[in-house]
Design a protein around this ligand. Structure first.
Ligand code: UT7
Length: 347
């Protein structure tokens, strides 16, 4: 038996060696921003955005002073309730975001405070579009090691305050939206259930292809008017280059995750890919021979919510009855860093 001094819970180290997702939740702000709305701010069109990305609208925070942690809170409560738990049952928090409320401390501590969880550890993960899968890997290891019982993973982003809503930033600005998705990772209770594989990768060669370069601790001072005037404080992307990598690496890592889990693609019930571009996900689905109806897509409603896309997509799909306990789920992501990953689990 191992006792957790912080929370007074005990469990057997020899009990299940697998973890699984026992609940999911999501939240998006109420403000809908259509492609036509953006066309009033920059030279773009609904036709261009839909054709290139599949996005029709996205959500933005309604007013000042709403951070990633605020979006995560209702998503976390929904996930906790879905899992049949109460906030006090959460033993650890992992918060994946590229748009934390503050440079430091991380958003995880803010979420823990809002949930009323003093003393519960909180870790922020800065792995952009792959942030949820990196977090899942950490949560899986913690649960399997017997270190924590119920781990809350939050993926949440407020992009709308960080993008350049003008012609210079239009290639990036039209893609991103605000939102949150959460998952609770806990011990699997059924021998068939659980996370069967998680594969993670990174290659820093792609760092300048999708980044926010400034403010930077490499610069003295970290932030100058020149940096702001040059737009180096906004995300910049080599879209075609990122696209090429994504359509190669996502199917590769998804297939490797299925191989590691010893599962055939025909036995996958639902594929929950990162939502960066509808065209990317259609190409990935075709390469893997996954029929389109088994692929989760909500990019048309929310755009790219980065670390939130996978838990948000899973939470919606679960509620819509597209998956249930016992379903085999494939997940894959590719994004800034570069970082990418794939996972297979049985709910
Ligand atoms: O989740 C993070 C990972 N990110 C991704 O996976 C994104 C990967 N990349 C992509 O999804 C695509 O590259 C984009 C959707 C970003 C762009 O599609 P594209 O087919 O690669 O277009 P492009 O960047 O080559 O631009 C084509 C044209 C250019 O004009 P010229 O040079 O042909 O005259 C752009 O200036 O479209 C222009 N353009 C726009 N036009 C209207 C760029 N942004 C816009 C815009 N509206 N918002």
């Amino acid at each position: 038996m191992r006792s957790d001094p912080g929370h007074g819970k005990t469990w057997r180290m020899s009990e299940p060696v697998r973890s699984t997702i026992i609940g999911a939740g999501h939240y998006v702000p109420s403000k809908v921003v259509t492609n036509d709305d953006l066309a009033k701010l920059m030279t773009t069109s609904d036709e261009w955005i839909v054709q290139r990305s599949g996005i029709k609208e996205r959500r933005y925070i309604e007013h000042d002073d709403i951070g990633a942690s605020d979006l995560a809170l209702p998503a976390a409560k929904m996930a906790i309730e879905h899992a049949g738990l109460e906030p006090k049952d959460i033993d650890a928090i992992i918060f994946a975001t590229l748009s934390p409320d503050y440079n430091f401390p991380g958003s995880g501590v803010l979420l823990g405070h809002m949930l009323g969880l003093p003393g519960v550890p909180a870790l922020d993960v800065r792995n952009q579009c792959s942030g949820f899968l990196y977090s899942l890997s950490v949560a899986d290891a913690w649960v399997r090691a017997g270190m924590y019982k119920n781990v809350l993973i939050a993926g949440a982003e407020v992009h709308s305050t960080g993008i350049e809503l003008a012609d210079r930033g239009r290639d990036v600005a039209v893609l991103f939206g605000d939102g949150a998705g959460c998952a609770i990772v806990s011990r699997a209770t059924d021998p068939n259930q659980g996370i069967k594989s998680i594969l993670l990768h990174a290659d820093g060669v792609g760092a300048p292809d999708l980044w926010v370069e400034c403010p930077s601790s490499r610069r003295i001072p970290r932030l100058t008017k020149e940096m702001m005037d040059e737009g180096r404080t906004f995300p910049r992307m080599q879209g075609k280059q990122v696209f090429r990598w994504a359509v190669e690496k996502m199917p590769e890592v998804a297939q490797a995750a299925m191989d590691a889990a010893k599962i055939h693609v025909d036995d996958i019930d639902l594929f929950v890919p990162h939502q960066a571009n509808m065209r990317i996900n259609q190409m990935v689905g075709m390469k893997l021979n996954i029929p389109q109806e088994k692929i989760v897509h909500n990019i048309e409603k929310y755009g790219n919510t980065t670390a939130a896309t996978i838990p948000l997509g899973l939470s919606e799909a679960w509620r819509e009855g597209k998956c249930k306990r016992g379903s085999n789920i494939l997940m894959a992501a590719f994004g800034a860093g570069y970082t990418w990953g794939g996972a297979v689990l049985t709910l």
